[in-house]
Design a protein around this ligand. Structure first.
Ligand code: ATP
Length: 252
C-alpha cells in the first residue's frame, strides 16, 4: 500500500497540490483530470522531484526510495549518440539498479516493447514513438514495486498502444502499484482497477473503475435525473468521469 499523507506542492508562488491524502492499493490506477489539473505535478512530487512538496509518502509503512519507483515522464528522451542498450545501462546506473543479470533484464524489458532489433542501434535512429517505448521499458527495469507512467500511450500508433495495454495486463499486479495518467479514458477503462480523479490540485474522486460505471448506471436509471443528455444503457468510464467533473465544478 502506498500512502500519501498531507501532500502539498508549491511551485513558484502557486500552490498546485492542496493537502492530498490518498492510498494506492496494489493494482492499476488511472489518474484522470483535465489539462493543468495537477497530474504531472502529483507524479513528480511522488518521485521526489520537488523539494517544495511537503507531507509523507509511505510504501507499506516505510519511507519510499528511488529504486522503489519506475517512472516514465511525460517528456522522455535518450542520449542520441548512445545505443539503446547503453542508454538503458546508464539509466540503471543512475537509478542504482545493479544486478548480475542486468544485460538480460535490459533485453527482456526492451523485448516487451517490441524493440529488440533496435537494442544496439543509436538512439538518434529511433522514431519518437520508439523513444517513448524505450521510456516504458526503462520504467519496468529492475522490477520496481511502483510504476508511474505519465501519459504512456501519447504518440504511440494504435498497434503499439494495444501492445502497451497488453504489457500492463500481463504484468502481475498482485504486489505492484501501477499509476497511469492519461487523457485516453478508454485506455483507463480497459487497464485500470481504480480511478483517481484530480482537478485544480485536489483529488475529487476515487473509486474502482466498475464502481464509477455502476454508480452511473444507477444514476441514469433514477427518475429524478434530468436525462436531457443522451444516455446509453451501459455508461462508459468517460460518462462517469465527465459527470463527476461537472458535478464537482457545479458544487454538487
Ligand atoms: N514549474 C512550474 N512552475 C509553476 N507552475 C507550474 C509549474 N509546472 C506546472 N505548473 C502549473 O501547475 C498546474 C498543474 O500542472 P500539471 O502539469 O501538473 O497538470 P497536468 O494535469 O499534468 O496537465 P496536462 O494534462 O496538461 O499534462 C498548472 O496550472 C501549471 O501551469
Amino acid at each position: 500500500m502506498l500512502e500519501i499523507k498531507n501532500m502539498t506542492t508549491t511551485l513558484g508562488r502557486n500552490t498546485i497540490l492542496h493537502n492530498l491524502n490518498c492510498n494506492f492499493e496494489s493494482g492499476v490506477h488511472g489518474l484522470l483530470g483535465p489539462n493543468g489539473a495537477g497530474k504531472t505535478t502529483f507524479m513528480r512530487s511522488l518521485i521526489g522531484l520537488y523539494p517544495s512538496a511537503t507531507g509523507s509518502i509511505l510504501l507499506n509503512g516505510a519511507n519510499i526510495h528511488s529504486v522503489d519507483i519506475g517512472y516514465l515522464p511525460q517528456k522522455f528522451g535518450l542520449f542520441p549518440g548512445m545505443t539503446v542498450r547503453e542508454c538503458m545501462r546508464y539509466i540503471a546506473f543512475s537509478k542504482g539498479i545493479s544486478s548480475c543479470s542486468l544485460d538480460e533484464d535490459i533485453e527482456s524489458v526492451i523485448e516487451s516493447v517490441n524493440l529488440s532489433s533496435y537494442i544496439d542501434k543509436k538512439a538518434h535512429t529511433l522514431s519518437s514513438g520508439m523513444v517513448r517505448r524505450v521510456g516504458i521499458a526503462q520504467a519496468f527495469l529492475g522490477n520496481p514495486p511502483i510504476i508511474i507512467c505519465d501519459e504512456p500511450t501519447a504518440g504511440l500508433d494504435p498497434e503499439e498502444r494495444l501492445r502497451f495495454r497488453d504489457l500492463i495486463k500481463q504484468t502481475n499486479c498482485d504486489d505492484k502499484i501501477i499509476i497511469i495518467s492519461t487523457h485516453i479514458v478508454d485506455d483507463a477503462e480497459f487497464l485500470c482497477d481504480y480511478i483517481e480523479i484530480i482537478d485544480q490540485g485536489y483529488i475529487i474522486a476515487k473509486d474502482t473503475t466498475d464502481g464509477i460505471k455502476t454508480a452511473m448506471t444507477r444514476l441514469w436509471a433514477s427518475p429524478s435525473i434530468d436525462t436531457s443528455e443522451p444516455a446509453s444503457a451501459d455508461p462508459t468510464l468517460e460518462d462517469g468521469y465527465m459527470y463527476i467533473l461537472k458535478s464537482y465544478r457545479n458544487g454538487v
